[in-house]
Design a protein around this ligand. Sequence first.
Ligand SMILES: Nc1nc2c(ncn2[C@@H]2O[C@H](COP(=O)(O)OP(=O)(O)O)[C@@H](O)[C@H]2O)c(=O)[nH]1
Ligand SMILES: [Mg+2]
Length: 316
Amino acid sequence: MPDLPTSELIARTLAGERVPLARAISWVENESEGSVELLDACFGASGRAFRIGITGPPGAGKSTLVTKLATEYRHRGETVAIVAVDPTSPFSGGALLGDRVRMVELAGDPGVFIRSMATRGSMGGLAVHTAQVCDVLDAAGYSRILIETVGVGQSELEVAQTADTTAVVLVPESGDAVQAMKAGLMEIADVFVINKADREGADRAAFAIQSALDLRAHSGTWTIPVQLTIASKADGVRELVERFEEHLAYLRETGDLERRRRRRLEQRLRDLIEDQLWRQFRAHAGDGIWNDALAALAQRSATPHQIATRLLSARD
Ligand SMILES: Nc1nc2c(ncn2[C@@H]2O[C@H](COP(=O)(O)OP(=O)(O)O)[C@@H](O)[C@H]2O)c(=O)[nH]1
Ligand SMILES: [Mg+2]
């Protein structure tokens, strides 16, 4: 597709055309010229999609599960966008290829759109870009957005938190549950999945998770379910979709959906303002002043607090 004028790309993306949509997502990822205009146009048309985060350790079966979830949602008449964010892949091509192979199952269905996110740059940037890409997909009309992330660190949790509902996928092997607790996954899970339930110990693992959950103080009236699945056979997938839809209904009824989204929007606004203030400040300070400040710090002739106060008050 030759270069499109921004307004045409926006119009065709909002109309749900796939090729412009793919281009629009690349604009967002690359922060290309026109991406702000695009995001502004998409923002007003977003807020309709239900965003579901699927996170958990590498190899737990997230990609397989996401594929089956998409199929199940299609049976229910929903349109589905899949955003795969896998920053653990050592060479970006590897994960993409693996996902592509798995996603062959969904190929040719115009109601499914699959996108792997590039992971260059900082993870903080990735969380922002993921949220923005979800806005574009939402505006393009997909009713369910499945976000696959690897739950291994703080920054990955940020990506997971761009979702309305977060599912943590574990496998029966003992230790997984303990890892999940350490990694802070317990705190973000709305739904737990024990995948690979064809293996030994699935019931025990589910019981361990359930017991750990029972010990925690409950907030609200949502009881976090633990769903067993065999993703490779699509076993338990229909039930898992039921759990998601129940959670969505719960979020709507209690007003939590609005509260969660509001909190996310507030965070985005704050990030933007912090970013812009920093840029303005840096441009204003100039390299000479900045390098002098760094030199003073290195020589311990002033403290970071003193310099920050001095630079900020000199700004006006
Ligand atoms: N035995 C078994 N294997 C599974 C199941 N689900 C996925 N797998 C396999 O586990 C491996 C990792 O799956 P993948 O979906 O790539 O995991 P991800 O890294 O979490 O995305 C693949 O070889 C899958 O075929 C399951 O329910 N049972
Ligand atoms: Mg995967």
